[in-house]
Design a protein around this ligand. Structure first.
Ligand SMILES: [Zn+2]
Length: 309
């Protein structure tokens, strides 16, 4: 430890040695029959300038505070790295929590603001659905990595509740200081964005954001992902409608990236229709970790009457 002479002089004026030694940093000196040996606690290098081991506990003559300079230095370094760590964590927390607003891709912008508070409970059926959705939040926050399938006809509030789940998980996990990243993706919007990219020139494509790789990476990164309205990208559905190879490929890659993470899928397709449209592989991936987590939106009032969702 080298200290500049002027600083040392100032220090000398303000401080005096107390005669005590720091337990942690001292080299206690033992004199044995003219020979000097040291009991090493922790080696502090010999300070040439001071001509001694900087081990003495000092007393500030002005304030009366007593301290070991080495301990004080260590504490300062510790505090600084703690502050840096805290700032980094805070930044990460902010960024993670903002993903829901920044990375979501929606067709219907009213869904962006959907919460449990704005979900209209109109009868017993909508009440049960809301309760189930709230219980999904608890399950996600407790660390379960199930998949959820919200199945029902258009206009039953599936997308609303799916977004409400993300909104609550996002806020509550943020409050707990361990933000879970949540993103809502409309499958229809995702597929159109990816397909739009195919029409671009090579040069344009280089800077195009919404490539299939972009969505794969997002799916790989996000803790809780909603894939909204599976089947909407198929257009008019009849019993023979099949998804194109490129759509099946994209969905497969995304579901593969979701293994071990929470994925909530909304759809108005029945299980059989899903199998027919996307094949066994996607159907079985959807059922992976699903067990009893399919929520059926049947028998509810058509919520489009109140609000276009
Ligand atoms: Zn010390």
């Amino acid at each position: 430890m080298k200290t500049s002479r002027s600083f040392r002089n100032t220090l000398n004026r303000l401080t005096e040695k107390t005669g005590e030694q720091c337990f942690k940093h001292s080299l206690s000196v033992k004199k044995n029959m003219g020979r000097t040996s040291y009991n090493l606690k922790e080696v502090v290098p010999f300070d040439e300038e001071l001509g001694s081991y900087p081990i003495d506990i000092l007393k500030n003559t002005k304030t009366g505070s007593v301290y070991c300079p080495e301990c004080r230095k260590e504490r300062t370094i510790e505090r600084e790295s703690e502050m840096i760590l805290k700032a980094e964590q805070g930044h990460r927390l902010e960024t993670t929590s903002k993903m829901l607003k920044n990375k979501s891709l929606l067709v219907d912008s009213t869904i962006k603001e959907a919460t449990f508070e704005t979900f209209k409970v109109t009868d017993e059926a909508t009440k049960v659905l809301k309760e189930k959705a709230v219980s999904i939040v608890s399950s996600i926050l407790s660390g379960d990595t199930n998949n959820y399938l919200l199945v029902g006809e258009v206009g039953r509030g599936k997308s609303h509740l799916a977004m409400a789940i993300l909104d609550r998980v996002n806020k509550d996990s943020y409050k707990q200081g361990k933000a879970r990243s949540c993103v809502f993706i409309s499958i229809h919007a995702m597929i159109s964005k990816i397909h739009n990219g195919y029409g671009l020139s090579d040069l344009e494509y280089q800077t195009y954001r919404y490539t299939d790789n972009y969505f794969k990476e997002l799916a790989n990164r996000v803790d809780v992902l909603v894939l909204d309205d599976l089947g909407s990208e198929l257009g008019q559905i009849n019993s023979k409608t099949e998804a194109s190879d490129s759509v099946t490929k994209i969905l497969n890659a995304i579901l593969e990236a979701r293994q071990g993470k929470v994925t909530i899928i909304t759809t108005n397709l029945s299980e059989n229709r899903i199998k027919l449209a996307y094949g066994d592989r996607i159907e079985s991936r959807l059922k992976d970790g699903l067990e009893n987590n399919a929520i059926l939106f049947t028998g509810t009032n058509d919520k489009r009457v109140n609000k276009p969702i």
